[in-house]
Structures are given as C-alpha cells and as structure tokens.
Write a protein that binds this ligand. Structure first.
Ligand SMILES: Cc1cc2nc3c(=O)[nH]c(=O)nc-3n(C[C@H](O)[C@H](O)[C@H](O)COP(=O)(O)O)c2cc1C
Length: 540
C-alpha cells in the first residue's frame, strides 16, 4: 500500500498542523500547504479519467510533470524515443489520442527518418478518394461453415482473464459490443465479465482447454459444446502458439487463482494451474485437422480456425497437406508475429524464438495460395499493430483482418510500465489486485476502446482512399515502397514475392523453389517429424 503513503502523509500532516494552530498561527501556513496536497489526493482517488492517479494519488501527478519535460530530459540524456521500449512514444500517443477521440493530426511534418533503411510508405494516387466507409467487414466461414461471421477488419487480440483484470476484460468487451467488433477470450476461458459485456467473442482453446476440460486437464467435448452454443461465441480458435513465447507453456500459481478465475477455467483453486507447451488432444497433422472438424461439429458449424506464430515451416506445411488429404479446411488462420506481446515470457523466448509477422504472414499466404486453399481460409494478423499504417501494411501483405492486444491495452490506459508479470500494474489492467484494478473505470474506458477502434479504421480508410483504392482487400504488396540498406527503394511486390496459385500442388514453384519446395516435399500428414533420412540440412 506504499502507493497511498504520500496521500496518507498529507492528510496526517494537514490534521496535525490544524491541531497545532492553537500553539502558533504560523501553523496555518503548514495547514494550507499540506491541505493543498490533501485536496489533490482526494481529487485523484475520486476522478475516473486517470487510473494511475487513482492508484498513486498525489505521487502520480509527477508522471505528467516528467512527461511534459520528457523530450528535454531525453535530449539531455541523449536517449532516442524508442530506446528499449516495445512501442515508441509517437505510436502510443496516437493510440491515446484516438482512444480519447482527441485531435490526432500532427503539425510540422514527419518525424520518421525517410532515408533510413527499412523506411516504407504507401503509394498514393491522383485519383484519391475521401468517401470510403470505415467499418469494413470480412466474412469468415467457408462452404462447410453453417454460421459464418461478418467480422470487423480490426479486433481485440487474445488476452486471457487472469492475465488481465476483471475491469479490463469488462471495458474491452463492452467496447467491442458498442463498436460491433470481436473480442478474443485468450486461453483463460470465458469469464463472467465477458458474458456481462455481451460483446462478440472468439473462444480460444489453448493447451489447458480452459472452460472445456476434464478433471485431468484433457479436452471435454461435452463442456466445449456447452460453451460454444452460447450465441455470444462467434468463432472458435485453437491456439498453437503466440509470438512472444511460442512453444512455451505457462503456469498460474494456486495463490493467484481467484474464485472467478477458477470458474472461468473450470479448475480447482487449491492447485497450480498448468498450461502445457503442447496440446494433448492431437500429435499429428491429421489428428489436428480432425480436431478442428470435431470443434466445428460440436459448435454446430461456427467458424473454426487456429492461431500460430510460424516455427518450423515444414510443420505448417504438414497441416496444409493434412487439409488437402482430408478435405477438412479451417475457416481461418491467425498469424502472430514474434514481436507480439505477452503478460510474461522468458527473455530468450521473447527475443529469439518465433518468426516475425511480415515473414510469417507472407509464408502462410504463399503456402495457402500454392496449395490452392487461399480462397477457403481467411487470414488474421497480429503483432505490434497499432497505427493505421501498421494495419494497411499487413492488409497489403495479404491479411484479411488485424488483431491487436497491446493497442487496446493502451486504449484502456496502459502506460507501458512493463510490470504485467508483477501483479502491480499501475493502471489496474494486468493485475488481480482488487484495489489496483478499481482504478480502471470501466464506463469511461469502454468508450475509449470503441473510439480507438473507429478512429483507427477511419484513418485506414483515409489511407486507402489516398491510394485511389476502394477497400483494404485491394491493397497489395506493390502499393508498398521500401528503402533498402543500400539506400535504394524497391516495390513491396519484389520483396514479398507472391506464390503462383496451386504452384505447390503442381510442383511448379519457380522463383522460390528451394525455400518452399524442400519443406513442402518433407511435409507429411501422419507426423510433424520429417520423413526418415530426408531431413533437410538447410530448410526447416
Ligand atoms: C497481456 C497479454 C496476454 C496475452 N494472452 C494471450 C492468450 O491468452 N492467448 C494468445 O493466443 N495470445 C495471448 N497474447 C498475445 C496477443 O493475443 C497477441 O497475439 C500478441 O500480443 C500480438 O499483439 P500485440 O502486438 O497487438 O500485443 C497476450 C498478449 C498480452 C499482451
């Protein structure tokens, strides 16, 4: 409770000085001085706009004072804006402004170094349009799907109840409801706060099978069918991996399991809760696609898909071959980039395991095109996507929609304190501490979630209009220009090479033959391991 010390001290000193005025009128000065801070403290704990002031009355104001002189301090410390922070100050401030519905224009021109390697832009047109609708939808569900879902092209990425507080889940879900977009539950099950909010849900099934598990932790078809029957559940997503910690399980210690978390996950409160690194329901590509089919049947034909961060390319190709062999084709795949976020992950995993989004997305798009399955499968993308340019770029690379996790965390007040793993989140988002999460005012943050969604998509529509296009589906790699290390610029179509339709099944992969052909020929449906004696020395 250290965070209340300053406030308590101010109150005590105010009362003490009041008591002492009878000894000397000079104590009136002290009374006024400490009284001023007491009033600030009272204002801080009562206001609903700033969670950090509710959690750190009086002290929290220092943050704004430092923020306002931050550029000068950084200048003095010779630090650049994005030093050691996942999101730059510029990116965060655009999210804050859009969430507040405040003016999001910039004066004086770009701060980007347009001559730096990697700088990229979207080419605009003389035939620019300024009348494009912002609320674009994508239909998810192929011919075998009975209940296709008209999804927004921008949704809330998976973050489980447990990683996030009840108030955070409530604000996100009510914001999704208000804005008509979807909220992915994350692997922690469907909580009462998701249900109360009423917003569209993507029910994520991780290796812990939370909300649909037997006592021994295995998958329960019966319990799953019950959950999936809820009309609030629009899609089912099997989590294979997330970018920030692919191939890494998780453990929620018994001490952190509240009654609500136990209820959402269907687990006891007196035992540590393990999320294994792999699923127990399947161990071969064929078993995996049959599991997807089982989920489709148990959910009475709702869209079913999976989320992954690309690891061994051959393993993804195994899944695609199993789709071709069995005819079981999922409705969607979500590609998560290695740059994605997490509540907690080992450093090495966060830094050096998993494929970055641009490569992962390009690989998945090309493999599905090469296997002739692209038309049946919609693709979602996630991984550090918060600005309209971030979204437009991945639409151009082939994504049908975008999910953001930390973008929406910023919208509900995240200050990037990076304390998610400590339970001491200063703004009540990634904590199960009831008092800390009280700081997050659900009502005002709900509106911020909806605002962020709408204002970001309006900015996307403006960019697409400026390019003279009619919608995000018309964006292509050729609309991107990228500066290379040698300083020259090149079209995105040359960097993100597109596979010819059916080229993999016709064994006609010209330009990218080796890097696609070898793992494809090594991919099998009966095992995720390569054929005996055929292990490639170069391609995985
Ligand atoms: C606090 C937090 C909790 C997360 N929990 C999950 C989860 O339960 N399941 C999952 O698939 N991904 C989870 N993720 C990953 C995100 O859904 C997302 O894929 C990734 O962070 C990329 O999005 P971002 O860069 O917009 O944050 C979590 C991310 C964060 C930041």
């Amino acid at each position: 409770m250290l965070r209340y010390t300053t406030f308590a001290l101010a109150v005590l000193l105010t009362l003490a000085s009041l008591a002492l005025v009878f000894i000397s009128p000079l104590f009136w000065i002290a009374f006024v001085f400490f009284g001023f801070f007491t009033l600030i403290g009272i204002r801080d704990v009562r206001q609903q706009r700033h969670a950090i002031l509710r959690n750190y009355p009086i002290l929290g104001n220092l943050r704004w004072i430092l923020e306002s002189i931050r550029p000068e301090i950084r200048q003095y410390l010779m630090e650049s804006d994005s030093d050691k922070e996942p999101f730059s100050r510029d990116d965060r401030s655009i999210v804050y402004q859009r969430a507040k519905g405040a003016e999001d224009k910039r004066p004086f021109g770009t701060r980007e170094d347009v001559y730096a390697a990697g700088y990229s832009w979207i080419t605009h047109s003389v035939l620019a349009r300024d009348d494009l609708p912002w609320d674009c939808r994508v239909k998810i569900g192929n011919d075998t799907c009975k209940q296709p879902y008209q999804a927004s092209i921008f949704n809330i990425s998976a973050m489980s109840f447990g990683a996030l507080s009840a108030n955070a889940i409530s604000a996100l879900n009510r914001g999704a409801k208000l804005g008509g977009f979807a909220h992915d539950t994350g692997e922690g099950g469907i909580s009462r706060y998701h249900r109360e909010g009423g917003g569209d849900l993507i029910y994520e099934i991780g290796s812990g099978y939370y909300g649909c598990r037997n006592e021994d932790g295995t998958f329960s078809a019966e319990k799953f069918a019950e959950q999936a029957a809820d009309p609030q559940v629009k899609m089912i997503e099997v989590k294979l991996s997330q970018g920030a910690k692919p191939g890494h399980g998780g453990m929620l210690p018994a001490s952190k399991i509240s009654e609500e978390i136990a209820e959402a996950r269907g687990i006891p409160m007196d035992k540590d809760c393990l999320s294994p690194a792999t699923h127990s329901k399947f161990s071969t590509p064929s078993e995996f696609v049959h599991f997807l089919q089982e989920l489709r049947e148990l959910s009475n034909g709702k869209p079913v898909g999976f989320k992954l961060c690309v690891g061994h390319r051959r393993e993804f190709m195994c899944m695609v071959k199993a789709m071709l062999e069995t005819g079981i084709v999922p409705d969607f795949i979500v590609v998560d980039g290695k740059e994605g976020g997490t509540g907690a992950a080992p450093l090495e995993f966060a830094n050096h395991i998993g494929m970055p989004l641009v490569e992962g997305l390009t690989f998945v798009v090309n493999t599905l095109v090469g296997a002739g399955l692209r038309d049946q499968i919609k693709i979602g993308a996630a991984g550090k996507l918060v600005t309209a340019f971030d979204l437009a770029r991945v639409y151009a690379l082939g994504a049908d929609w975008v999910n953001s996790a930390r973008g929406f965390m910023f919208a509900i007040g995240c200050v990037q304190a990076q304390a998610c793993h400590t339970n001491h989140c200063p703004v009540g988002i990634t904590t199960q501490d009831k008092l800390r999460q009280r700081a997050l005012d659900v009502q005002s943050k709900t509106v911020r979630v909806t605002n962020f969604h709408r204002n970001t998509l309006e900015a996307v529509a403006e960019m697409i209009g400026a390019a003279g296009l009619n919608g995000p589906e018309e964006l292509q790699p050729k609309h991107l220009m990228i500066r290379q290390k040698n300083g020259q610029t090149i079209s995105g179509a040359r960097v993100y090479l597109r596979m010819k339709p059916n080229a993999l099944i016709d064994d006609d992969v010209e330009i990218m033959s080796e890097s696609y052909r070898v793992p494809w020929n090594n991919a099998r449906t009966d095992s995720f391991r390569p054929f005996e004696g055929m292990e490639s020395l170069e391609y995985n």
